[in-house]
Design a protein around this ligand. Structure first.
Ligand SMILES: Nc1nc2c(ncn2[C@@H]2O[C@H](COP(=O)(O)OP(=O)(O)O)[C@@H](O)[C@H]2O)c(=O)[nH]1
Ligand SMILES: [Mg+2]
Length: 375
């Protein structure tokens, strides 16, 4: 049986009614666009906010970085200061510096060094032009002293406190200037300064002074010690000199040598006859047993060239010729006779001499070649 299509058609909803039931697509569309715009504007806002956040973060990051850098730098400064402080404290604590300071204080109180202080130091004594200053310069590894030839150059005691340091420098205890000993202009300035101080210390009408000039020399490989360079002893007062010069030099040398804790570095000129030595008797008198005297024979290059009797050098370095006792006898070359030579060129010359020396290789191989720069 066929369905009653009419009834069925009537039972079906009207198309209009159905259309009413359908969602308003336009409205949905509208809403959708609105929503979309709403969403997109939010996204923009979010993007904007995020960007702003990033910028702020970056700003603070930079600020942080800057502060961290500043902090690092400040810490470095503090550390350096601290390190320096510790270092200085360490250096100050070292005995040799303490000795040096006490020596300075004592010299302020007693310019003549008559006080029997018991502080060790090496005192360089010898006849004028024997090579005292040259020996000291080889130890300090720099040509720091005023020079000239055939005249008295050292006019007052010079106390040099040697110590190890990263840079080769010289300093006076009362001035802040640091002389760079690797620079020729600083060396010249230092020599000039020493000369000025020497001249200033010599009183009107006098030739020498007992006032001590104090300086310190630091450098890589420099051994810690306190060295005192003295004016050379003389036998005759020449024109222009104060009449008591000879006695003054003797008394200054004596005052320094008298200290039982002073090591006497007795410098003798190998190029002149031993009989002409003035200092020998003085040293024998101060240290008769030779318990604190070291004998240094200089200018052995000239001696080998000029001396008529080579066996005399042999006798000297064996301690048999000079009427004085010493802990040891050494032969050195500390100069070439001219004043402008550098330490390096003198070292080369010394090495060359001992390698080719007939005399000193025969005497006692190796032991006579006392290389002052390495001791
Ligand atoms: N040929 C030579 N000359 C030297 C030697 N040692 C020092 N001289 C020179 O001797 C002179 C006097 O030296 P110096 O150290 O001033 O003697 P000082 O008066 O005892 O201090 C200087 O011209 C030096 O160059 C050496 O071993 N050989
Ligand atoms: Mg001298």
């Amino acid at each position: 049986m066929l369905p009653d299509f009419n009834k069925l058609a009537k039972a079906l909803p009207e198309m209009e009614e159905i259309a009413k039931l359908l969602p308003d697509m336009d409205k949905i569309g509208e809403n959708f666009t609105f929503l979309k715009s709403l969403l997109s504007s939010d996204k923009e806002k979010i993007d904007q906010l995020q960007e702003e956040l990033l910028r702020t973060q970056l700003k603070y990051q930079r600020m942080l970085e800057r502060l961290e850098k500043e902090n690092k730098e400040l810490r470095k400064v503090v550390l350096q200061k601290d390190d320096k402080g510790i270092h200085q404290r360490k250096v100050k604590k070292s005995l040799i510096d303490l000795y040096s300071e006490v020596l300075d204080i004592l010299s302020d109180y007693d310019a003549n060094y008559n006080t029997q202080d018991h502080l060790p130091r090496v005192v360089v004594v010898g006849d004028q032009s024997a090579g005292k200053t040259s020996v000291l310069e080889m130890i300090a590894q720099a040509r720091i002293f005023p020079r000239g030839s055939g005249e008295m150059m050292t006019r007052s005691p010079v106390k040099v406190t040697l110590s190890e340091g990263p840079h080769h420098v010289a300093l006076f205890k009362d001035s802040g200037r640091e002389f760079d000993l690797t620079k020729e202009e600083d060396l010249a300035a230092l020599r000039h300064e020493i000369e000025l101080r020497m001249r200033k210390s010599v009183k009107e009408g006098q030739t020498v002074s007992s006032e001590t000039i104090s300086l310190s020399v630091k450098g890589p490989g420099i051994q810690r010690m306190v060295l005192v360079d003295l004016p050379g002893v003389i036998s005759t007062v020449t024109t222009g000199m104060a009449s008591d010069t000879k006695e003054t030099i003797f008394s200054i040398s004596k005052a320094y040598m008298q200290n039982p804790n002073a090591i006497i570095l007795c410098i003798q000129d190998g190029s002149v006859d031993a009989e002409r030595s003035i200092v020998t008797d003085l040293v024998s008198q101060m240290d008769p047993q030779g318990k604190r005297t070291i004998f240094v024979l200089t200018k052995v290059d000239l001696a080998e060239k000029n001396l008529a009797s080579p066996s005399r050098i042999q006798q000297i370095v064996e301690g048999k010729l000079f009427p004085m006792k010493a802990l040891g006898y050494f032969a050195v070359v500390t100069g070439k006779g001219s004043s402008g030579e550098s330490i390096e060129s003198i070292k080369d010359y010394e090495e060359d001499f001992f390698q080719n020396s007939r005399l000193l290789r025969q005497v006692t191989p190796n032991s006579t070649n006392f290389n002052v720069t390495s001791h």
